[in-house]
Design a protein around this ligand. Structure first.
Ligand code: BG6
Length: 480
């Protein structure tokens, strides 16, 4: 049963889309396999395509075989499908909701979760239709899960928010940022707040600078038109990297979600805006050209389908930020994200101030593909000399088979949290608002200054202009 011993109705709008096939259904399968799915969950998949439940089940099987984290078992799959119903309907048509209403009526006491795995322009119409068909009966029992983008700037985010609030309360809106479901991002709070050795040096006296990077070898894949309208800043920085930044620097929250949300948003509100007159010191944009990745020739951004050959959208962004917080005065925080780079890697580096001209101590929190924490420091070279060498302590969490097996994937963790009404893994409205405010000002500065992306070859580390942007010792520190 769900949190209140009631059945749980989990309805997915957009049941024949990629997100459902690649992430949601495999996550549900994994939750069943690990016995983490609450008892009494019924999965209602809504789609426009002409399936019935039987043919839908046959259709999803290969997706689950390919994308579930845990190995495929007929028994687990059968258990999943025994809770699954496919409903063919057009979610923009109010009349079609009668069938949902009839279905829900069998479970008058149910906890209801709606997952909008559809484009944001449909959020409002689905919400209104749900209300109009009387599908939403008991306000305290329903939840809605939505995916980014939460708007494309502050104004559109507010409009979307207002539309959702016409039907749902803020408490029942669960905004997904799948980075919050990643193991090491959650682990970061324990690392920071449960260790004296880190807690007491997390300030400008000890930290020289911080980098937060998310590099991908993939290009825009089949999302050319979305990406051309969006770019690296809105696709990755405004949401995923700001989430990481807020967790890396926030004050220690009290043990309730409001405190966590407040402290996260506080950091974003304290980022000093980038202005047109100092933009070159704070921002580098890039766009990939054709190149070679993993021995394969790949096209440049302009050659991708549904991308204009004159597009100036950035596929790489490097921001140098300062935070107006007494603890981090003068500490630059570099946010870096790019597509078609040499290597796929997401990580945080905390570089400490060097002593006696030695190499700085560096704490690396590796988020993906490897997960772990690595600390480099200086020690005496073995032998008779007093020479100092850099050594390291490695905690590779994903190198241990059991850890890999027991680590849920982001969507698995997020669905589990939603079933249990745990909002701490979701994005709060103030966070959305604060991040758009910063990004809107940034785009104003970009337009006023007229800066354009530099070119970089696919398969490299980004534009060569980055070299002068980074602190002098960065190339030696991050050798990836
Ligand atoms: C998504 C972006 O939010 O995150 C994609 O829209 C990006 O462009 C993806 O590829 C990266 O996620 P991950 O988990 O692979 O780092």
């Amino acid at each position: 049963m769900g949190t209140g011993n009631h059945p749980v109705l989990f309805t997915i709008f957009g049941g024949t889309g990629d997100l459902t096939y690649r992430k949601l259904l495999p996550a549900l399968y994994n939750l069943i396999a690990t016995k983490m799915l609450p008892k009494g969950v019924e999965i209602i998949v809504v789609g426009r395509r002409d399936f019935d439940t039987q043919s839908y089940v046959e259709h999803i099987k290969p997706w689950i075989q390919e994308f579930a984290r845990l190995s495929f078992s007929e028994n687990i799959f059968n258990e999943l499908v025994s809770h699954l119903t496919y409903i063919k309907m057009n979610f923009t048509d109010t009349k079609d909701y009668k069938v949902l209403y009839d279905y829900y009526n069998q479970y008058p006491q149910a906890q209801q979760l709606y997952y909008y795995a559809v484009a944001p322009e449909f959020f409002s119409v689905i919400s209104k239709n749900l209300r109009q068909c009387s599908c939403l009966k008991n306000a305290s029992t329903y939840q809605v899960l939505i995916e980014k983008p939460f708007g494309v700037n502050e104004d559109s985010a507010r409009t979307l928010h207002k539309q959702l609030l016409e039907v749902f309360s803020e408490e029942s809106i669960y905004r997904i940022d799948h980075y919050l479901g990643k193991e090491m991002i959650q682990n970061m709070m324990s690392i920071r707040f449960q260790n004296t050795i880190f807690k007491n040096i997390w300030n400008h006296h000890s930290i020289d600078y911080i980098t937060i990077s998310a590099y991908e070898t993939v290009g825009v894949e089949n999302r050319g038109s979305y990406y051309e309208q969006t770019g690296a800043i809105k696709d990755m920085v405004q949401n995923h990297l700001f989430q990481i930044l807020s967790i890396v620097l926030m004050d220690e929250p009290e043990e309730h979600v409001e405190s966590l949300f407040k402290n996260q948003a506080d950091i974003i509100q304290r980022i000093i805006p980038i202005e047109a007159n100092n933009i070159n010191e704070h921002l580098i944009l890039g766009q990939y050209e054709a190149g070679v990745i993993d021995h394969e020739q790949v096209v440049g951004f302009h050659g991708e389908s549904n991308v204009s050959p004159t597009s100036t959208t950035e596929t790489f962004a490097a921001l140098k930020l300062f935070i107006d917080h007494p603890q981090y005065q003068g500490v630059p925080v570099y946010l870096l994200s790019g597509k078609r780079t040499k290597k796929r890697s997401t990580k945080v580096l905390v570089v400490f101030k060097p002593v006696n001209n030695q190499k700085p101590n560096v704490l690396t929190i590796s988020i993906s593909p490897d997960e772990g924490v690595f600390l480099s420091f200086n020690a005496k070279k073995p032998g008779n000399s007093q020479d100092v060498v850099e050594v390291s302590m490695d905690f590779c969490q994903s190198c241990v088979y059991e850890n890999r097996l027991n680590t849920p994937e982001a969507y698995e963790r997020l669905l589990y949290a939603a079933f249990n009404k745990d909002k701490s893994l979701f994005t709060d409205w103030q966070m959305v608002l604060s991040s758009w405010r910063f990004v809107d000002k940034l785009f104003l500065a970009i337009n006023q200054s007229g800066i354009k992306p530099y070119k970089y070859k696919a398969g490299t580390c980004g534009p060569v202009e980055l070299e002068a942007f980074f602190p002098k010792n960065y190339q030696e520190i991050d050798t990836e």
